[in-house]
Write a protein that binds this ligand. Structure first.
Ligand SMILES: Nc1nc2c(c(=O)[nH]1)N[C@H]1C(S)=C(S)[C@@H](COP(=O)(O)OP(=O)(O)OC[C@H]3O[C@@H](n4cnc5c(=O)[nH]c(N)nc54)[C@H](O)[C@@H]3O)O[C@H]1N2
Ligand SMILES: Nc1nc2c(c(=O)[nH]1)N[C@H]1C(S)=C(S)[C@@H](COP(=O)(O)OP(=O)(O)OC[C@H]3O[C@@H](n4cnc5c(=O)[nH]c(N)nc54)[C@H](O)[C@@H]3O)O[C@H]1N2
Ligand code: SF4
Ligand SMILES: [Mo]
Length: 707
């Protein structure tokens, strides 16, 4: 007779990507038996993608570390937590005593922002270190977006978010949400929302050097030469002024510097942008006119336009185009969110820029972080302030940051390295000590950051799905423990922090839906607990007049740093002779990967090899190459070999490969990933070529040759 297995059902947001889908997770006998989309989730409405099952695979992965380990030669020895914490604190304190505080570097990776315990507690430790060598995945990602928000609106996280559900015209540059599920636009179920846009007779227009999954469902798609979006947007803004299409009336009283902008961009006509971008002048004018004519429209650009040579200029132009067309702070345009936990008012600093430069090549800091492209040179160049030790949290910079091979080499020369990470991967294999946290389903969850970026105001708290194993530590507990011990060692007094849930509760009760803010009923943790499927707090609403962070309450349209960068654009984008020998390499995301860390799960890597180079058939023919052949791709800094795949879905002169592969390095202990190793795109990305203004990496538009 079959034994009846009693299962329990849990609701939990997925923490893998920015879409934060609600999941229904069934558990029996302490094991996950099914994961489905939560149909009752107010925000994601049952949406789910194949990556969600990785939460089960992650939980059960025999390669995942559950106890601290110490490297002894090529071997790893288990430690108990006490020993591990003492070892780490001793080594860090010694190095700090001997070489000064900047000798210890910190790198924080992407999952840090999906893990609220890391958001609330990492600084409990890191502020004690007071190092200027702080790095994160931001400088291979959205740094220009934050910098522009800081300069224009006064706070690095005051970001206008596309009101996708109410727009009539969505102009999208360098983003592929159908594969990525959206970014700096938390939008579960994006494909359905884009279909709804079309049902209301709205339009989706995509600008991308590749005909992506998103371009496939768009009304219009224009190929663009990689790295030239600033020229396109300059041509569009120029058209808006030139043809009198401005519509800033509602904002006039809070706009500062609009006339300077008009003057500064006057030389950059669509006619000049056409040969640079490959989009003809008439189409550039039409894009500007269509956006201006829409009842409510959006101009939005993500990875493809943030990680290019003029990333900051491009992100500024996107803001300016939304402002000038009247779509900034308009329903159906782009708006600031009103999150239940208002990070801007509870601890997230407004930011600062250029307060110091990196030691070796004087790249500017932003909000206390240096560009991660300089990490290796800061490790390898002797002198005072040289990095001797590295602390990584939820990051894999060897596969994720420019010139990964050089960083790989630099890590092997460090005196000490500690990683808070569950895996021995391409980066953490260099560690002296690895401190593995509990798995996602073993701790509670709140999206501190992604609720700030969501296309609706929403809030959702989830208790743990599975019990915390004996003798395991959450990420936040690791930081608390290390912080306490380091404080003692440094004879510094610190107050023990509350738990993440207590911090959340306190934040909610001073937030915009609290009694303190005039709401009849208090939104606190207790109330959130009663709404397992999330709480919908309504659509985005105009609020800019009260929200601009600058002291004078005005939007700074013409930050001097940015206007000055127009000279560089004139010289390098419009003035330079184009080389036609090399191809331009761009990146690619696909639905079953998430950066570098979910290739160890069989169901996500099975099937044909995805780490291939896309190339136009004409370029293949021009290079005497055949579809399916292995090719050598070379850049200034490195070379990789991978199969080439012919496709007409990519612009001539452009090739594309995904990042996050390259698991074949010696010492990695992720058996399935190693069996599907691929090669790393970042072995080709140049650490010396950056967006000069922000220091952000250029991951798109890397000159390469293919043999
Ligand atoms: N060429 C190229 N390079 C790119 C990009 C690109 O498009 N092209 N994209 C860039 C972007 S946008 C990003 S965000 C970066 C990502 O760069 P990284 O953040 O450096 O890399 P990830 O692959 O996200 O590595 C995540 C690490 O976190 C660990 N981890 C997962 N969950 C947890 C957790 O809950 N706690 C802890 N402590 N650890 C955890 C994993 O084991 C893994 O080691 O890559 C960038 N690099
Ligand atoms: N499945 C999956 N989802 C993810 C991730 C993942 O790795 N896999 N990573 C997550 C992370 S960390 C992030 S930051 C987001 C990123 O989310 P998105 O930005 O939406 O994703 P990408 O696929 O990087 O989109 C960049 C697009 O820019 C195009 N592009 C390249 N160069 C240029 C250019 O010069 N101009 C223009 N106009 N376009 C260009 C590329 O062809 C690509 O289609 O995705 C998140 N979601
Ligand atoms: S789209 Fe993102 S958040 Fe949603 S299930 Fe997939 S990985 Fe998770
Ligand atoms: Mo990212």
């Amino acid at each position: 007779m079959n034994k009846q297995i009693r299962s329990e059902t849990h609701f939990r947001a997925c923490n893998i990507c920015e879409a934060i889908c609600g999941l229904e997770i069934k558990v029996a006998d302490g094991k996950v038996i099914s994961i489905r989309g939560d149909k009752k989730d107010t925000f994601s409405r049952g949406h789910i993608c194949p990556k969600a099952y990785a939460l089960k695979d992650f939980q059960e992965d025999p390669d995942r570390l559950t106890r601290p380990v110490k490297r002894v030669g090529d071997e790893w020895q288990e430690l108990d937590w006490d020993e591990a914490f003492d070892l780490v604190v001793d080594r860090l304190a010694d190095i700090r005593d001997q070489h000064g505080r900047n000798a210890i570097a910190i790198y924080m990776g992407n999952p840090s922002s999906h893990n609220y315990g890391i958001v609330t507690h990492s600084n409990y430790l890191f502020r004690l270190l007071r190092t200027r060598n702080r790095y994160s995945a931001s400088s291979v990602d959205q740094l220009p977006v934050q910098l522009v928000a800081y300069l224009m609106y006064g706070h690095q996280f005051l970001l206008p978010i596309p009101d996708i559900d109410h727009t009539d015209y969505f102009l999208m540059l360098g983003a592929n949400p159908v594969a990525s599920n959206g970014s700096l636009m938390t939008v579960p179920d994006v494909t359905k929302r884009l279909a709804e846009l079309k049902q209301r007779a709205g339009k989706l227009v995509v600008i991308d050097p590749r005909r992506t999954e998103t371009a496939e469902i768009a009304d219009e798609h224009h190929f663009i030469r990689p790295g030239t979006d600033a020229a396109l947007l300059l041509g569009m803004l120029n058209t808006l002024f030139d043809e009198g299409l401005e519509d800033v009336n509602a904002l006039t009283h809070i706009l500062e510097g609009l006339e300077s902008v008009k003057l500064a961009i006057a030389p950059f006509t669509p006619e000049r942008a056409a040969p640079v971008t490959g989009i003809d002048a008439l189409n550039i004018r039409k894009l500007a006119r269509d956006l201006a004519a829409a009842k409510a429209g959006i101009c939005y650009g993500r990875m493809g336009v943030s990680t290019q040579a003029f990333g900051t200029l491009t992100q500024w132009l996107i803001q300016m185009i939304n402002i000038v067309t009247g779509n900034f702070d308009r329903e159906g345009g782009v708006l600031f969110t009103t999150p239940a936990l208002d990070l801007l008012k509870t601890g997230m600093g407004a930011g600062h820029f250029g307060a110091w430069g990196s030691r070796v090549s004087d790249r500017p800091e932003f909000s206390g972080e240096l560009p991660c492209a300089v990490m290796a040179e800061e490790m390898q160049t002797p002198g005072e302030g040289q990095i001797r030790a590295l602390f990584t949290v939820a990051g894999n910079p060897v596969l994720s940051t420019p010139n990964g091979a050089q960083l790989d080499e630099a890590l092997s020369g460090l005196e000490f390295m500690v990683c808070v990470d569950p895996y021995i991967n391409e980066t953490t294999r260099h560690a002296d000590v690895i401190l593995p946290p509990t798995a996602p389903l073993e701790h509670d969850h709140y999206d501190t950051l992604f609720n700030v970026l969501a296309v609706r105001n929403v809030a959702r708290y989830n208790p743990p799905v599975l019990p915390k194993p004996n003798d395991a530590r959450h990420d936040w507990e690791i930081f608390t423990e290390l912080g306490n011990r380091l404080a003692e060692r440094l004879s510094t007094e610190i107050d023990a922090p509350p738990t993440p849930a207590e911090i959340l509760d306190a934040g909610l009760t001073v937030g915009p839906y609290s009694k303190a803010a005039g709401h009849g009923s208090e939104l606190n943790l207790e109330k959130l607990r009663k709404h397992a499927h999330g709480l919908d707090l309504g659509p985005l609403k105009p609020s800019a007049v009260d929200r601009i962070w600058h002291e004078d309450g005005r939007i700074q349209c013409a930050p001097p740093e940015i206007l000055a960068d127009l000279d560089r654009a004139e010289a390098q984008l419009f003035g330079a002779e184009k080389s036609h020998d090399s191809l331009m390499l761009i990146g690619r995301r696909e639905i079953r990967s998430n950066n570098s860390w979910i290739h160890n799960f069989k169901r996500l890597v099975k099937g044909k090899n995805r780490c291939v180079l896309f190339m136009h058939p004409d370029d293949l023919a021009g290079h005497d190459l055949e579809d399916g052949q292995d090719v050598k791709v070379k850049s200034r800094v490195g070379e990789v070999v991978l199969p080439v795949q012919a496709t007409e879905g990519i612009m001539r002169g452009v090739v594309s490969m995904p990042h996050g592969w390259g698991h074949g390095r010696k010492g990695v202990r992720m058996s399935i990933a190693q069996a599907h190793a691929g090669v790393s795109m970042n072995d080709l990305v140049d650490d010396q070529a950056l967006d000069e203004l922000s220091g952000n990496a250029i991951l798109n538009g890397v000159p390469v040759t293919v043999h």
